[in-house]
Design a protein around this ligand. Structure first.
Ligand code: NAD
Ligand code: TYD
Length: 360
């Protein structure tokens, strides 16, 4: 089986759903259920014995160690993180706690578990660390896209904490021999994306008649990748990536934020026409994000050349599917906005009676 951390978040839940739709290998899903973790994303797996959910924190080395001893996974995929740049500006401490100390705690449990495996299991084992292109900092308009050898130059507390975690992972490979791989991916979008990130925020605000906020001049560029393409890339790296290597993953889809917002407004206008005027009328320009990176772009040739992965979704097809998904899943949006999804732990454990300890 495989052990995933952060599997109730945006990318993690897409990965788990995708994984179990492709094969029957069970998944242990270990998640702290912060504001970003949503068990509704995994509702279709409620009765599925291939999915085992465990609530916990990656910083808790003892809990992770005991789960590894119990389930003996052949691979760990570390998706858990604090992931939102704007939140990292308002409160960086949680980012250092989870992304740096948490990754360290997870690596310590992994090292102990891996060291005790047989030689054959040691060789087959993989630790896949899911990271971001934001560790490379920002590009000028004519700069070449980020490659795997671009110097790290993180600019936000989020990207700095992810950069630190990447370095820790690298050191556990070089120092202890843990068969670790790191992926650095560009901006994802698609189903189950938390509606405070640009694309879901614009879709939900547009439908609710609220302002569509553009930071600064809206000319910042991101390289957008449909989330299931990212999941396919992670599966491929797990299957064929070389331990110690890093792989950049991107969509070959550089778009300005303004282009993205216009595209969303135009698709909404077609699928859910506004009675009066156009969704574009709701656009407002707001004060820019401090330290806002101007441009990200990924050179994804290495993963294509060495592992044969390329995105299948174009920006036009992916964004259309995404809008359609949000229009068809209003209940999911409503539960997130009302905070109902946060009640999962309470509900789950309230339904379970405490029993006297089972005897052997
Ligand atoms: P997300 O914020 O939607 O999900 C993070 C998940 O991790 C949540 O389920 C949360 O409950 C869980 N979590 C947080 N702290 C934890 C802890 N201490 N222990 C256990 N679980 C914890 O994030 P996402 O957008 O799905 O991103 C996942 C990963 O992919 C992150 O590492 C991020 O850096 C990376 N990434 C994201 C993007 C993107 O565009 N979203 C792009 C490239 C890379
Ligand atoms: P975001 O989805 O937060 O992802 P990231 O910061 O990781 O790239 O933001 C994507 C881009 O959209 C980024 O350049 C900031 C911009 N943005 C806005 O212009 N308005 C908004 O309300 C938000 C949330 C983001």
């Amino acid at each position: 089986m495989i052990f995933i951390t952060g599997g109730a978040g945006f990318i993690g839940s897409n990965f788990v759903l995708d994984w179990l739709s492709q094969n029957d290998e069970p998944v242990i899903n270990f998640d702290k259920l912060t504001y970003a973790g949503n068990m509704n994303n995994l509702a279709s797996l409620r009765q599925d014995s291939r999915h085992i959910f465990v609530h916990g924190d990656i910083a808790d080395t003892a809990q992770v160690a005991s789960l590894l001893a119990q389930y003996k996974p052949r691979a760990i995929i570390n998706v858990a993180a604090e992931s939102h740049v704007d939140r990292s500006i308002l409160g960086p401490a949680a980012f250092v706690e989870t992304n740096v100390n948490g990754t360290f705690g997870l690596l310590e449990a992994t090292r102990a578990y891996w060291s005790a495996l047989t030689n054959a299991d040691k060789t087959a084992f993989r630790f896949l660390h899911v990271s971001t292109d934001e560790v490379y900092g920002t590009l000028g308009p004519d700069d070449a896209p980020f490659t795997e050898s671009t110097r790290y130059a993180p600019n936000s507390p989020y990207s700095a904490s992810k950069a630190a975690s990447d370095h820790l992972v690298r050191s556990y490979h070089h120092t202890y021999g843990v068969p670790a791989l790191t992926t650095n991916c560009s901006n994802n979008y698609g189903p189950y994306h938390f509606p405070e990130k640009l694309i879901p925020l614009i879709i939900t605000n547009a439908r609710e008649g609220k302002p569509l906020p553009i930071y600064g001049d809206g000319q910042q560029v991101r390289d957008w990748l449909y989330v299931t393409d990212h999941c396919a890339a992670l599966r491929r790296v797990l299957e064929a990536g070389k331990p110690g290597e890093t792989y950049n993953i991107g969509g070959w889809n550089e778009k300005t934020n303004l282009h993205v917002v216009h595209a969303l407004c135009d698709i909404l206008q077609r699928l859910a026409p506004k009675a009066h005027g156009s969704y574009r009328d709701q656009i407002v320009y707001v004060t820019d994000r401090p330290g806002h990176d101007r441009r990200y772009a990924i050179d994804a040739r290495k993963i294509e050349r060495e592992l044969g992965w390329r995105p299948t979704e174009s920006f036009e097809s992916g964004i259309q599917k995404t809008v359609q998904w949000y229009l068809s899943n209003q209940d999911w949006v409503r539960d997130v906005q009302s905070g109902v999804y946060l009640k999962w732990l309470e509900k789950n454990y309230m339904q379970r009676e405490a029993k006297p300890e089972a005897s052997d």
